[in-house]
Unconditional design. Structure first.
Length: 161
């Protein structure tokens, strides 16, 4: 009885081993791990070290709603289809109370607002790096190309201490 049982066990083990081998062989062919791919969240949004980003498009200025006071670098990109610009005004005024010219654009030297940063237009797909040095207060980040402010191309940013 003992011998017979051992024989059955060893036959079973041999069969299992063979089955195992034929099952794992194809897996070893197809199972090679794919080359590591970069995480998408790490890839595209390259920005200057410690800097902020501003994205311009029709008709939005997308930037963090709060920024730290002091010197900072901001990378401005134009994600839209037409040229845009980024102006930064400091003022306690609401955006709707900014001094306007007859066409609805902001009068850049107007009363109660201070233009603190200006630059060249940014072409579609282009970018521009700008250094800001902002004291605490309320700011308007805006595109003042004729018609763009009127179309809503601005955002309010609070600079904290
Ligand atoms: Cu614009």
């Amino acid at each position: 009885v003992h011998r017979r049982r051992l024989l059955i066990l060893s036959v079973f083990a041999a069969a299992a081993f063979a089955g195992c081998g034929s099952a794992t062989t194809p897996l070893m062919h197809y199972g090679t791990p794919p080359p590591p791919t970069a995480s998408p969240s790490l890839a595209p949004s390259a920005s200057p070290a410690g800097g902020n980003t501003a994205s311009l498009s029709e008709w939005k200025v997308q930037v963090a709603s709060t920024l730290a006071a002091g010197k900072s670098t901001i990378k401005i990109t134009n994600a839209g289809a037409i040229p845009h610009e980024l102006l930064v005004f400091k003022s306690d005024k609401e955006a709707s109370a900014y001094p306007l010219n007859p066409e609805g654009g902001i009068i850049e030297e107007g009363g109660g607002v201070t233009l603190v940063s200006d630059g060249e237009n940014v072409e579609p797909g282009g970018s521009q790096v700008r250094v800001l040095n902002l004291s605490p207060g309320k700011y308007l980040f805006v595109c003042n190309i004729p018609g763009h402010f009127k179309a809503g191309m601005f955002t309010v940013v609070t600079v904290g201490p």
